[in-house]
Ligand binder design. Structure first.
Ligand SMILES: Nc1nc2c(ncn2[C@@H]2O[C@H](COP(=O)(O)OP(=O)(O)OP(=O)(O)O)[C@@H](O)[C@H]2O)c(=O)[nH]1
Ligand SMILES: [Mg+2]
Length: 426
């Protein structure tokens, strides 16, 4: 239900090209082949970093291109492979291909990694094509293109921070002020009956998930009001923001409110009141007598972290959010939070890689498309006859020639693959 979702574009690195070169030896006009292989292009890897809570970073940068491999060099020197591009994601991130909807990775545990877009392999240099019949081949292979596609990243949100307090103190107003969430706001109690989640981004670039919870009243630990439902949600949050209506407009006493709610939390689960807590005195825009702050601070204790805020005018909101973000960084995972303990799952289906399709263009040309044949096309250096002959052989082995014949192709007809045009010869 509460899902953070971002689409991004990935392009893994192309492989480096293989080289055509020959050995230089004294008195030998042209030695044996000595063109090295290209290096492999960089993979794009996703890695879980438990310090991250949301996919916020991916909203700003949506294009990721990894480095290509280095080209092969003379004296059979291999081009350098490129280092993978590692993208850090929060635990619980699921990555799907946008075009097929296929799940590529489901990352849960800290440190779990998945290669999502594979870099292309380096093209082979001419020395690798030497045979007894052709000891000095004059062609090499281009690097394989890196995988390229769009993915959808999805994260099921778990609240890091819970807003607790009596009904009508301004919890929903607060959430709508600090996130894009649009909870219902009303000046009557129990406006909120189900928790709302929002992704909060602080102006210093941190982000976390905040939950606006149903209001709590005395007796909640025994089930009064929305009691248990509310408290169960609090149990899962790392940091508590306790919202108090300091204006007294609802005719309640701020200090008493604070104590009542702490008491209900303790009765439900002693651990709840040990969680780091920030106290927010809300509705300061309605306060004319500063004395109410002094009284609250004196009674509740100087050790508490107290912020004077207006969710309506946004006064002091940033300072409070910074502190909450600090507390989240300082706090370990809550042991009561049901951890998603699934083993890291990575799916990669390479289904029908060699499949191809033949269609006709308006001018009658036969158009061949398919992942494998297009990959082979890109790896062929069409300036070299021998490479072109090799390409023709590969087409034959894949069964493309036969398929073209079945479609009625005749010698002299045109075949198109990506940008290339060929004449069909028997
Ligand atoms: N003047 C002023 N009014 C506020 C402020 N924050 C909230 N309110 C008003 O207080 C009323 C209750 O706000 P909500 O945000 O719905 O309160 P809530 O804590 O979510 O209440 P429940 O969902 O019932 O638990 C609304 O009429 C808000 O407009 C504030 O900072 N200043
Ligand atoms: Mg509310």
């Amino acid at each position: 239900m509460f899902i953070d979702q971002v689409d991004i574009y990935l392009k893994a690195g192309d492989g480096g090209n293989g080289l055509v070169a020959y050995r230089r030896e004294k008195y030998v006009p042209m030695g044996g082949p000595a063109g090295g292989d290209g290096g492999n292009g960089a993979d794009i890897i996703f890695e879980v970093d438990e310090g991250l809570r949301t996919l916020m970073d991916f909203r700003y940068q949506r294009h990721f291109k990894a480095q290509r491999g280095q080209n092969g060099m003379s004296a059979n020197a291999h081009g350098k492979n490129s280092e993978p591009l590692v993208l850090k994601v929060p635990p619980g991130t699921v990555i799907k291909r946008k075009d097929t909807g296929e799940t590529l990775a489901d990352l849960t545990q800290h440190g779990a990694r998945a290669v999502v877009a594979k870099g292309g392999r380096g093209g082979r240099g001419n020395s690798r094509f030497a045979t007894s019949r052709n000891p000095a081949p004059d062609f090499a292979e281009n690097g394989e293109p890196g995988e390229e596609f769009e993915v959808i990243m999805e994260l099921k949100l778990m609240a890091d921070v819970g807003l607790v307090g009596f009904p009508s103190v301004g919890k929903s107003t607060m959430l709508s002020a600090v996130s894009k969430a649009k909870p219902k706001i009303g000046n009557y109690p129990f406006t909120t009956i189900k928790p709302n989640l929002g992704v909060v981004a602080t102006s210093d670039g941190r982000s976390f998930v905040m939950a606006d919870l149903p209001g709590l009243i005395e007796g909640a630990s025994e089930g009064t009001g929305l009691g248990h439902q509310f408290l169960r949600h609090v149990e899962r949050t790392k940091v508590i923001v306790h919202v108090i209506d300091i204006s007294g407009t609802e005719g309640r006493d701020a200090v008493e409110d604070y104590r009542t709610i702490r008491n209900e939390m303790a009765l439900y689960n002693e651990k709840l009141i040990q969680r780091p807590e920030v106290i927010v005195l809300n509705k300061v825009d309605l306060v004319s007598d500063e004395e109410v702050f002094d009284r609250f601070e004196k009674e509740v204790g100087v050790d508490s972290e107290i912020y004077r805020i207006s969710a309506v005018t946004h006064q002091n909101l940033d300072e409070m959010l910074y502190r909450v973000a600090d507390l989240l960084e300082e706090t370990d995972a809550v042991e009561d939070i049901p951890e998603n303990t699934d083993e890291r799952v990575v799916y990669r289906h390479e289904k029908d890689r060699d499949a191809f399709e033949i269609t006709r263009d308006d001018d009658g040309a036969y158009v061949v498309s398919g992942a494998s044949i297009e990959r082979i096309f890109k790896m062929t250096d069409f300036n070299r006859d021998a490479a072109v002959r090799r390409f023709a052989r590969q087409m034959r082995t894949m069964g493309i020639d036969d398929a073209l014949r079945d479609r009625g192709i005749e010698a002299g007809d045109t075949v198109r693959i990506l940008g290339g045009e060929f004449e069909f010869v028997e």
